[in-house]
Design a protein around this ligand. Structure first.
Ligand code: AMP
Length: 491
């Protein structure tokens, strides 16, 4: 791992200690681990690299999990631990702080949920674990997974996210559930505003930062400070991420005591079972190409599709357009009320609707096995987002396809993505004049939709949201920082 860290990050995170300060004993279960090789260059943490395809221990029982947990895995048809699970579960059971980096879809959630629940079952109380994740949809998914893994325990798991009733969340927290899954903003507000709530977390044993690279972004700094302030120092901290960033590297360096670092990927990797294609399209014909592909999904045995766009506005616009073209689709973006976001996702997940249009709010972590195709309607600005987006398909060893719409303005971006993933995308094949039949239909629908957009109040909501976001950022003193950061990344 490159140990170079930014001094800015270093000082940013120094005031709150990421990892706990107690010395950990060596885990008894470690004896069962294959090829356990500490990194000889590091005094502070133990660093192991792993091949995602490597064969680990044959069973969950060998990792030190209790019988009930092993039985639950079997019931969920999870028979054999993945590498991230076989490396991290024994260390978590033994009391270590862990940073696990592994490809999206490699079973990271079970890698932390199973050992946490195992420890909880030995000494049940609440709040035992706080799990923080960047988006509301991921938080919902995590609650579902904790409930599934804890189905034989009387598990009480609470969801604390924005856009939903805060009073009932506060009430639910005061009843001390075993596991709390939260987004950073809402848990911060509750801890700050309700004087009774900090006590609820005074004995919390585990803090998990899921999608840790995102949670540790500068926008969440203030929220994390509050969370860290109220959690006991003696807790275990578990960070899981699909991508290694300078933030995580900086944190590792200042972890200051023995913690365990599992790195199960080399750079930004996409899985081999994913076929990655591109199609060169004029900017003003992207919607025609999209309609052409979506209206032929059945012919190609594609069960469901996620279409990623760069803004809430184009997400909304495309959803109106597809509706006008009789394509059954739902949209997920941050200008939508949370109830509508959740209902859109659940209709898509259950197969009622085969197309999900989304901004990057849905690019990370969502685990929907029926997604056979990911379309990048807009090419993401950062290669890291590309990796997360296409990771919504070809999960857990299955196949999948991604198609990226490349306009002449996107050529540099797509070359950058290819360089980062170390793969070349192949060209999507279509017959000459294939889109001709769709042109007039899409153009007609476009005209209707442009008028609908004027009337349906979206623009007004968007303006209000933007103003609110700017206010929040400026209250946090982040307006300049963010601009500086964007310039730095662009450079
Ligand atoms: P995650 O990376 O946590 O989003 O998990 C991706 C998918 O893999 C989920 O559907 C899990 O239920 C599934 N999964 C987790 N662990 C295993 C395993 N050991 N074997 C097979 N599938 C698994």
């Amino acid at each position: 791992m490159n140990q170079a860290t930014s001094p800015h990050l270093f000082s940013k995170f120094k005031p709150f200690r990421l990892f706990s300060s107690i010395n950990k004993s060596n885990p008894p279960a470690l004896a069962a681990l294959p090829s356990h090789r500490p990194d000889p260059t590091s005094n502070d943490f133990e660093h192991e690299r792993g091949n995602a395809d490597a064969i680990g221990p044959a069973s969950f029982a060998e990792l030190g999990l209790s019988e009930w947990a092993v039985d639950t895995c079997r019931e969920l048809r999870i028979e054999r631990p993945t590498t991230v699970q076989s490396r991290c579960i024994p260390r978590i059971l033994a009391g270590d702080d862990v940073l696990g980096i592994a490809q999206t879809g490699s079973g990271k959630t079970a890698a932390f949920a199973l050992p946490i629940l195992n420890r909880l079952a030995e000494d049940p109380y609440g709040v035992f674990a706080l799990v923080v994740t960047p988006t509301r949809e991921l938080a919902v998914q995590l609650v579902e997974q904790f409930r599934a893994f804890g189905s034989s325990l009387n598990l009480r798991c609470t969801l604390v996210v924005g856009g939903m009733d805060m009073l009932s969340q506060a009430r639910s927290l005061s009843q001390r559930p075993h596991v709390v899954v939260a987004t950073p903003g809402r848990i911060k507000v509750l801890l700050d505003q309700d004087p009774d709530l900090p006590a609820v977390f005074s004995k919390t044993k585990f803090l998990v930062l899921d999608e840790a690279d995102r949670v540790l972004d500068v926008d969440f700094e203030e929220e994390l400070r509050v969370i860290f302030k109220f959690l006991p120092k003696s807790r275990q901290t578990l960070l899981f991420s699909a991508t290694m960033t300078s933030n995580l590297q900086a944190l590792l360096q200042i972890s200051g005591n023995r913690s365990y670092f599992y790195e199960g990927y080399e750079g930004f990797k996409t899985v081999d079972s994913l076929e990655q294609q591109f199609v060169i399209t004029p900017k003003n014909l992207k919607d025609v190409y999209l309609f052409h592909i979506l209206s032929r999904m059945e012919e190609r045995n594609i069960r469901s599709v996620m279409v990623f766009v760069s803004t809430c506005r184009s997400c909304h616009l495309l959803s109106l357009l597809l509706e006008e073209l009789d394509q059954s689709a739902v949209a997920l973006h941050s200008h939508k009320a949370q109830k509508l976001r959740l209902s859109a996702l659940s209709r898509f997940k259950s197969g009622q609707v085969p197309i999900l249009l989304a901004t990057d709010v849905a690019s990370r972590g969502l685990d929907i096995p029926t997604v056979d195709l990911v379309i990048n309607y807009d090419i993401p600005k950062y290669a890291r987002d590309y990796v997360h987006r296409v990771g919504r398909t070809a999960r857990a060893g299955r196949g999948g396809l991604s198609i990226s719409f490349v306009t002449e303005n996107d050529l540099d971006l797509i070359h950058e993505i290819e360089a980062v993933i170390q793969k070349q995308l192949t060209e999507y094949k279509y017959e000459e004049n294939a889109f001709k039949d769709d042109l007039s239909m899409v153009f007609k629908a476009r005209r209707v939709v442009t008028m609908k957009m004027v009337d349906d109040g979206f623009e007004e909501t968007a303006r209000e949201r933007k103003a609110q976001k700017l206010r929040t950022l400026s209250e946090k003193g982040l307006v300049k920082k963010r601009k500086r950061k964007e310039r730095k990344v662009a450079a």
